[in-house]
Design a protein around this ligand. Structure first.
Ligand SMILES: [Zn+2]
Length: 183
């Protein structure tokens, strides 16, 4: 998924989810700092790849950072630091949550494989819900509908139309989340 999509989907889903929990059992809504940190952590696995990708231990994009062991590391670290360092633990917990949603979103948006057990397995645990072909088929549907309404200033490709679809759904999550948060 594109970075803007990760931001919309992650913040939208978490704002909605924490509001639902708030209504059900009175748990606190996200704080301003939570939202700020979570907004960054929506990109965390890709940020790590960007900074340390293709260097020895992290041989290619999504190799170490888009799997269950990566997530487990942050959840366990958050648990351990929680004993003495609650603020640090909270930040690490937001890293874990942001990364979990990031990986789920990458699986949902498709276009490439996610190997859940990487780097320990090669093929076992590989998932791709939406292939490149699916993306193009979905993109074509959006393109055919949208092409009646767009001005000639933008040439709409299947890829761009698929990106529109993903970001429109993300926008729906995001505005719903902000609306509920402000109720
Ligand atoms: Zn990613």
């Amino acid at each position: 998924m594109e970075q803007i999509g990760h931001l919309q989907w992650t913040l939208g889903i978490m704002l909605i989810l924490t509001w639902v929990l708030h209504v059900i059992n009175g748990s606190p809504l996200l704080s301003g700092w939570d939202i700020f940190i979570l907004g960054w952590m929506a990109h965390f696995p890709d940020l790590i790849d960007l900074l340390w990708g293709k260097k020895g231990f992290n041989s290619h994009h999504r190799y170490l950072t888009h799997g269950l062991f990566f997530l487990a590391f942050w959840y366990i670290l958050s648990y351990i630091t929680g004993i003495y360092l609650p603020v640090v633990s909270r930040i690490i917990f937001l890293i874990a949550i942001g990364s979990t949603l990031h990986i789920a979103e990458d699986i949902l948006a498709g276009g490439g494989y996610i190997n859940l057990f990487s780097p320990f397995t090669k093929d076992f645990g590989k998932i791709m819900l939406v292939s490149r072909d699916h993306q193009i088929v979905l993109g074509k549907i959006v393109k055919n509908r949208a092409s009646k309404y767009i001005l000639g200033t933008e040439s709409l490709t299947d890829d761009l139309a698929f990106f529109w679809l993903i970001t429109m759904i993300g926008s729906a999550f995001f505005v719903a989340g902000v609306g509920l948060y402000l109720l």
